[in-house]
Design a protein around this ligand. Structure first.
Ligand code: NAP
Length: 264
């Protein structure tokens, strides 16, 4: 029988993860199955235990369970500890990890050719996705990292955990300029965008939208400003590759998978 892995979240029906991991498995000659588990909102821990008891080896975790995933394991990686949220469980090691940050940094550096060293970075949002990438952005050399959020107090609480970051609301960004603006809010899912001051995005900005598969208002504004743009599909593939490596000890090639998803 193949080793079993899955994505657990609510909802999960839209997920591209089974296809990504199936392509990784094919490319590396690994035998595994990767499924989807839609856990009830109050049933995350139970869903994990049922999967573990049935021989499940590892899980990816998505909304709204990333914080609960962090609290579930006895062993916590340094990346997950810094983030305070987890997106990967290695069940036979009782280990949780967070691969979102390395996924974003690899997409930026390897797929988009954008080095972070000495760059001024603006991170929009202070939820699980934002918290998951701050440590990796700083480690990759970002010179200045500002965290802006609709709820300013939440940005401040998050920034207080990371030396070298500052926090503010969107209106305080007037007159500022950044090399990279990462939209880590979920605003685009409901056709909205953080209320950014005009001229924040210019033709010198890389505007990165974590949401993928749709032209969000943030991406549309970035296009209008002449900025370089990217959605979050590359991050999705790269974070999946790091989870695959944690589970299987083999690093899968990501470019063909990204190309095939983009072509689909
Ligand atoms: P979350 O924990 O629920 O946080 C949501 C964030 O979005 C908060 O900062 C919230 O601000 C902000 N927000 C929501 N609606 C907004 C609006 N209308 N205007 C301004 N800000 C708004 O969600 P998350 O886990 O961080 O996920 C955020 C997004 O990242 C999701 O869309 C997810 O799909 C995406 N994501 C993508 C990848 C990838 O691999 N590409 C990986 C992880 C996550 P408040 O604090 O003020 O409420």
């Amino acid at each position: 029988m193949s080793d079993r892995y899955a994505l657990v979240g609510n909802p999960v029906g839209h997920s591209k993860s089974p296809r990504i991991h199936a392509e990784f498995a094919r490319a590396t000659g690994q035998h595994l199955e990767y499924g989807l588990i839609e856990a009830p909102l109050d049933g995350f821990a139970q869903a994990v235990e049922v999967f573990r008891a049935a021989g499940g080896r590892g899980l990816n975790v998505t909304l709204p369970f990333k914080q609960q995933a962090f609290a579930l394991c006895t062993r916590v990686s340094e990346r997950a500890r810094l983030a305070g949220v987890a997106n990967t469980l290695v069940l036979d090691q009782d280990l949780c990890d967070n691969t979102d940050g390395i996924g974003l940094v690899r997409d930026l550096s390897e797929n988009l050719g954008f080095g972070l060293k000495n760059r001024r970075v603006l991170l929009l949002g202070a939820g699980g996705a934002a918290q998951g990438v701050i440590g990796a952005l700083l480690e990759a050399g970002a010179q200045r990292l500002v965290i802006a959020n609709r709820t300013v107090g939440r940005a401040k609480t998050v920034a207080a955990r990371f030396a070298g970051t500052a926090a503010c609301g969107y209106e305080a960004l007037a007159g500022e300029s950044f090399d990279l603006v990462v939209n880590a809010t979920s605003a685009g899912l409901s056709g909205e965008t953080p209320a950014l001051p005009p001229k924040l995005l210019t033709e010198k900005t890389l505007a990165y939208e974590m949401v993928y598969g749709r032209e969000t208002p943030f991406l549309a504004a970035a296009h209008r400003a002449g900025a370089r743009v990217s959605d979050g599909l590359g991050m999705l593939v790269e974070q999946a590759a790091e989870s695959f490596f944690l589970w299987r000890g083999v690093r899968p090639p990501t470019r063909p998978v990204l190309a095939s998803l983009r072509g689909a």
